[in-house]
Write a protein that binds this ligand. Structure first.
Ligand SMILES: *Cc1c(COP(=O)(O)O)cnc(C)c1O
Length: 435
C-alpha cells in the first residue's frame, strides 16, 4: 500500500512515512495510490456483522500488508471500543450515530485508530514518540483521549490560555499519564506556529522523535472508511438506491466515503451537506472552487471557508466536476432551517439531533424527496449534549449530559503555562521524560 501526494511532486510514500510526516514534502495531502475494489462475496460477507468485524475486514483489504495482521486487529479492537448504532428514523431514513466515543464526536474514530497505529510503530522502533497537537478546542480532546494510555507515546496539547471552554479544557487537561497540557499565553495561531517550529528544531529532533496529529493526516482519514461499510452492512434490506448524507466542514469525512465507494461500496450518491459555508456545494453547482473567509454558525465545527480535503476530492475525480457530480450532490442550510429541523425531528421521532447532524438530515431529505424507493442514511457527528446551548432552547427542555462528560466537569484541569516562545516549549519538554 503506497500513498501519493495531491501535489504530484513528492515521491510515493509507505504508510509509516505518510503517518509520521502528515503533509507530503511538496505541501500536498496523501491519498492512496490505488484502491482495489472488494470482491462481491467479501462485501456480502459483511452483512449484519458487528462493527469491529466489518472494520477489520475493510482495513485489512485497504491496507493490505502495510500493517501486520495482529497489530491491525489489536488497533481495531482498542480504537473502536464503543457502540455504533444504525437507528431507523421513519420509513426509509436511518441515522448512523458516530458520537458514542469518549469525546462524543465522530473525530474519535480517526484519532483513536491513528493513535494505536503510531503507538505500534513507535514500539517496533524501540523509541517513544512525542505527538504535538495545537488546538482551538475540540481536536485537543479527541487526540488526548485517543493517545491516553497508548504505550510508547507522549502527547503534548498546546492551547490558548483562557480561550477554550471549561469543558474542552477538561477533556485534555485532566487526563494525566502520557498526556501533557500546555497553556500558551497567546492565541490559537501561536500554538500552531509553536508546533511547526518545534517540528523543525534540530535540538528537539536529536532528543526525541516528534510528530503532529493534525486533521490532514491520512491516518485519521482511513479509519473513517469503515463506518460507511458498516452503515450498508447493517441496513435491514439492501438493493435499493442508497443515498448517504455527510455533514461537512473540512470534508475529511466525505472523502472517506468517496474512498469507500471506490472500494466497491454500493452507494448511489453522497450528499455534501453544509451550513452557509458552502464553497463545495457552490463548486458542484458552478464548477468553480472559490475559498473565502468562514462565517460563524450554530454548527461551528463546519465553519470552514477553505476546506483542505477538497484537494483530495479533486484528485480522486481528476479535477473533473462533471464526474464528481455523478457521485456527489451539494446541499447547504441556514441556522434557521437547522433549528427548525432539530425541533421537527424531536417532535416526530423523539430523537434529539445536534446542529451538525441536523444539517446532515436536511441534506438527505432534500435529495431523498426526488428519489422514490431510495434508502437514506445520514451521519450524526456529535452528541446533542456537546451543543446544548443551541439545542435546549429549541426543544424546550434540558439535554441529559452523559456520565463521562458530567464526571469531567468536576475535575480540576492542570496545565503548565508558557509564553508563545519556542524556548519556553523546549524547556518544558526537556524536563518531562518521554516514557
Ligand atoms: C469536524 C466535524 C464535522 C466536519 O467534519 P469534516 O470531516 O471536517 O467535514 C462535522 N461535525 C462535527 C461535530 C465535527 O466535529
Amino acid at each position: 500500500m503506497r500513498f501519493v501526494s495531491t501535489g504530484g511532486k513528492a515521491p510515493p510514500a509507505d504508510l509509516e512515512t505518510a503517518l509520521l510526516a502528515g503533509l507530503a514534502s511538496d505541501g500536498g495531502l496523501y491519498i492512496p495510490q490505488t484502491v482495489r475494489p472488494m470482491a462481491a462475496d467479501a462485501l456480502g460477507a459483511l452483512r449484519r456483522r458487528p462493527f469491529g468485524e466489518v472494520a477489520l475486514a475493510v482495513l485489512r483489504h485497504l491496507l493490505d500488508d502495510a500493517v501486520a495482521p495482529d497489530v491491525l486487529a489489536g488497533a481495531v479492537e482498542k480504537a473502536f471500543d464503543f457502540p455504533v448504532p444504525l437507528v431507523p428514523l421513519g420509513e426509509r431514513t436511518f441515522v448512523l450515530e458516530l458520537f458514542h466515543g469518549p469525546t462524543l464526536a465522530f473525530k474519535d474514530f480517526g484519532a483513536r485508530f491513528m493513535a494505536r497505529l503510531l503507538g505500534a510503530l513507535a514500539g517496533s522502533r524501540g523509541r517513544p514518540l512525542t505527538v504535538l497537537v495545537a488546538t482551538s478546542g475540540d481536536t485537543g480532546g479527541a487526540v488526548a483521549h485517543a493517545f491516553h494510555g497508548v504505550p510508547h507515546t507522549h502527547v503534548v496539547v498546546l492551547y490558548p490560555e483562557g480561550r477554550v471552554s471549561a469543558l474542552q479544557e477538561r477533556q485534555f487537561a485532566t487526563l494525566g499519564g502520557n498526556v501533557q497540557a500546555i497553556a500558551v499565553s497567546g492565541v490559537f495561531d501561536d500554538c500552531q506556529r509553536l508546533v511547526k517550529e518545534a517540528l523543525q528544531d534540530p535540538d528537539l529532533a536529536r532528543e526525541r522523535r516528534l510528530t503532529s496529529a493534525n486533521s490532514i493526516n491520512i491516518g485519521r482519514l482511513l479509519p473513517q472508511i469503515t463506518y460507511y461499510f458498516f452503515a450498508w452492512a447493517d441496513l435491514p434490506q439492501v438493493g435499493n438506491e442508497l443515498i448517504i448524507s455527510v455533514p461537512s466542514g473540512n470534508f475529511g469525512n466525505l472523502t472517506a466515503g468517496l474512498l469507500a465507494r471506490q472500494m466497491g461500496l454500493p452507494v448511489t450518491r453522497f450528499v455534501a451537506a453544509t451550513n452557509v459555508n458552502d464553497v463545495v456545494p457552490e463548486y458542484l453547482r458552478t464548477g468553480r472552487f472559490i475559498p473565502r473567509a468562514s462565517r460563524p454558525t450554530a454548527s461551528s465545527a463546519m465553519d470552514v471557508g477553505n476546506p483542505s480535503n477538497v484537494a483530495r476530492m479533486l484528485a480522486l475525480y481528476g479535477h473533473d466536476v462533471t464526474r464528481m457530480r455523478e457521485d456527489v450532490e451539494g446541499s447547504s442550510h441556514t441556522d434557521a432551517e437547522t433549528r427548525a429541523c432539530i425541533a421537527d425531528v424531536d417532535r416526530r421521532f423523539a430523537c434529539v439531533l445536534d446542529p451538525h447532524s441536523a444539517v446532515g438530515y436536511l441534506g438527505l431529505q432534500r435529495v431523498l424527496a426526488d428519489r422514490r424507493g431510495a434508502t437514506g442514511v445520514f451521519l450524526a457527528t456529535a452528541h446533542p449534549a456537546k451543543f446544548k446551548e443551541t439545542v435546549e432552547p429549541v426543544i424546550g427542555r434540558p439535554v441529559p449530559v452523559p456520565e463521562r462528560l458530567a464526571v469531567l466537569l468536576e475535575r480540576r484541569p492542570s496545565a503548565e503555562k508558557i509564553r508563545p516562545d519556542l524556548r519556553d516549549l523546549k524547556e518544558v519538554l526537556r524536563f518531562t521524560k518521554s516514557s
